[in-house]
Design a protein around this ligand. Structure first.
Ligand code: ADQ
Length: 471
C-alpha cells in the first residue's frame, strides 16, 4: 500500500486529539505508512528550509517553522481575513489587503519546497483546507507527479463571492491541479460547478489567465462526520457523568438548551441568544423551567472582527440576563472556555435541546456529536441551521433559518414540547445518518476515490496530460 502524507496548516500536538478530524486522520495514518506535515506552531527569524521529524504519541509528524511576517500574511491575513469570510458569504467582514496574497503564496511555496524531498514516487498526498489551496500547483511545478487530493472543510462560495476574492482565478487554477477536490456538501459542489461553467473572463491582476481547465480534476461531495460510537460510549463514562452531575445540581428540573461553538461570526451566536430571548418573552411558562448554556471559547482573537463578535455576544447575553434574571433564577450560562470531549459528551447527553444554528458552516461536527451522545430511551432534540452542511445529512432535525429569530424561537418551543415518541423517531433516523456518515467512512471513501485500485491511467500518462495543459 502506498504511503499517505497528510498536510494541514497545523500538525497535531501532544495529548488527546481535540477534534474528530485529528482522531480520524491519526487512525487512518496508523493503518498505513506515512506522516503528517504542517506548521510547527513556532515562529522563527528565518523560514525553515527543511522539515523536522518528531514522533508524537506514535504518529510521525514533520513540521516547519514560519517567519512572523509570512505567518501573519498567510494565516490571519489572506486565509482568515479574506478566504474565511468570503467563503462564508460575509464579504462585509472581509479585509482585503492585496499584499497578503504574496505571504500566502510564499508559505505554500515553503511547504512545497520542504515537503518535496521527503516524497517517494507513489506517495499519496492529502491536503486539508483553505490555507493550502496552492500547494498541489507548487508541488507540481517542482516536479511532483504524485496523486494529490484536497479537502475543503468550509463551504464553497457562490460565484459572486468568489469574484470578490483577489486572485480568485489563480486559486481556481490551483484547485484544478489536484486530482481530487473533496467538498462537504452537494450545495458546495453545485457552487463549484457553477463557477467552473461560467468562469470570470479575466483576472484582476492585469495578466489574464487562460480559462481554468477542470477536466483532469474530479470534484465531489464527501460529507465529514464524527465517530458516533466513540461519542455514545464517551457520554456515559465517569468523566462525562461528572460533568452531568455538576450541571444537574444547579439545573434541578429545568430543561437544558445547549450551544457549543468556537466563538466565530459564522456560528450565528447573537442571533441564537436573541431567539432564546424571544422564547422567554413570548411564552412565560418557560421562565424558570428552561436554562440555556452557551459554550464558546474565543478563537482567532487577534482579528478585529472576532473581537467584535465577542463584544456583540457579551452584549446580548448581558441584555437577556438583565431582562429575565431573578434573585433565585438565571436564564443563561455563557462559558467562554473550551471543554474536553468527555465533558462535552456529558453536556450533550444532558441537554434536551441542541441548538446548532450557524449562519453558514461547512458541516458542523457539533451536530453529529450531539446526536451520537443522546440517551436512546430519552433523546434530546436537534435544532439545526439549514445553512450548515449537516442539514443535508440530518433532514429529521428541526431545521431553521438562523437569520429568522422568530422561526428559531418557535423551533425551541416545538423542541421543548416534543413528545417522547416523536423524539425517539427523529433521533433514531438522525443516529442512523450519523453512523452512515462516520468520520472513518469519510476518510476511506475519499482515499478510495483518490487512489482507485484500478486507476486506468498511469502516473506517467497523467503527467503528460499535465505538461500538455500547462504548456
Ligand atoms: P469548526 O468551524 O471548528 O470546523 P465544528 O465542525 O462545529 O466547527 O467543530 C469542530 C470540532 O471542534 C468539533 O469536534 C467540536 O467538538 C469542537 N468544538 C467546537 N466548539 C467547541 C467548544 N466550545 N469546546 C470544545 N470543543 C469544541 C471546520 C468547519 C466545519 C467542519 C469542520 C470539520 O468550519 O464546518 O464541520 O471544520 O470539517
Amino acid at each position: 500500500m502506498s504511503r499517505l502524507i497528510v498536510v494541514s496548516n497545523r500538525t497535531p500536538g501532544k495529548g488527546p486529539a481535540a477534534g474528530g478530524l485529528a482522531v480520524a486522520l491519526r487512525k487512518t495514518l496508523s493503518e498505513r505508512d506515512g506522516f503528517w506535515f504542517g506548521w510547527s506552531g513556532k515562529l522563527a527569524d528565518e523560514p525553515s528550509q527543511t522539515a523536522q521529524f518528531e514522533d508524537i504519541d506514535g504518529l510521525t509528524i514533520a513540521h516547519i517553522d514560519l517567519t512572523r511576517s509570512d505567518h501573519h500574511a498567510y494565516y490571519a491575513g489572506f486565509s482568515n481575513s479574506i478566504l474565511w469570510p468570503s467563503f462564508h458569504l460575509r464579504l462585509d467582514l472581509a479585509t482585503i489587503e492585496g499584499h497578503w496574497y504574496e505571504g500566502y503564496r510564499a508559505v505554500n511555496q515553503q511547504f512545497a519546497r520542504a515537503l518535496l524531498p521527503l516524497l517517494q514516487p507513489d506517495d499519496v498526498i492529502w491536503v486539508h483546507d483553505y490555507h493550502l489551496i496552492p500547494l498541489a500547483n507548487e508541488l507540481r511545478s517542482l516536479g511532483a507527479r504524485n496523486r494529490i487530493g484536497f479537502y475543503l472543510h468550509i463551504p464553497f462560495p457562490t460565484t459572486d463571492a468568489l469574484y470578490a476574492i483577489p486572485h480568485h482565478n489563480e486559486l481556481m487554477r490551483d484547485l484544478s491541479r489536484y486530482d481530487l477536490v473533496g467538498l462537504q456538501a452537494n450545495r458546495d459542489v453545485a457552487a463549484f460547478t457553477e463557477f467552473a461553467d461560467h468562469q470570470s473572463p479575466s483576472s484582476l491582476s492585469g495578466s489574464p489567465l487562460r480559462s481554468v481547465d477542470f477536466t483532469r480534476s474530479e470534484t465531489s461531495a464527501f460529507p465529514i462526520g464524527s465517530d458516533p460510537e466513540a461519542f455514545a460510549r464517551l457520554a456515559v463514562t465517569p468523566a462525562a457523568t461528572k460533568m452531568v452531575h455538576r450541571v444537574q445540581r444547579n439545573l434541578r428540573e429545568q430543561k437544558l438548551i445547549l450551544g457549543v461553538d468556537r466563538l466565530d461570526y459564522s456560528k450565528g451566536l447573537p442571533q441564537r441568544i436573541e431567539a432564546y430571548e424571544k422564547l422567554l418573552a413570548n411564552d412565560p411558562r418557560f421562565r424558570r423551567n428552561v436554562h440555556m448554556m452557551q459554550v464558546a471559547p474565543p478563537s482567532r482573537d487577534t482579528i478585529k472582527e472576532y473581537q467584535e463578535t465577542s463584544d456583540a455576544l457579551d452584549a446580548v447575553c448581558g441584555r437577556v440576563m438583565g431582562r429575565f434574571s431573578e434573585p433565585d433564577w438565571q436564564p443563561l450560562t455563557y462559558v467562554k472556555r473550551a471543554y474536553g470531549q468527555p465533558s462535552l459528551a456529558g453536556l450533550y447527553r444532558l441537554a434536551k435541546v441542541g441548538l446548532v444554528t450557524p449562519l453558514r458552516d461547512g458541516m458542523n461536527l457539533v451536530a453529529h456529536e450531539f446526536v451520537a451522545s443522546q440517551d436512546p430511551a430519552d433523546p434530546g432534540v436537534l435544532i439545526l441551521s439549514r445553512f450548515a452542511g449537516a442539514a443535508e445529512i440530518f433532514p429529521e432535525a428541526i431545521q431553521v433559518n438562523p437569520f429568522d429569530t422568530d422561526e428559531t424561537s418557535e423551533a425551541l418551543r416545538m423542541a421543548l414540547d416534543m413528545p417522547l415518541d416523536e423524539r425517539i423517531t427523529r433521533w433514531t433516523a438522525l443516529m442512523a445518518a450519523a453512523r452512515r456518515h462516520s468520520v472513518d467512512n469519510w476518510a476511506s471513501s475519499f482515499l478510495e476515490r483518490l487512489v482507485p485500485d484500478t486507476s486506468g491511467q498511469s502516473s506517467a500518462s497523467r503527467d503528460m496530460l499535465y505538461l500538455a495543459s500547462t504548456g
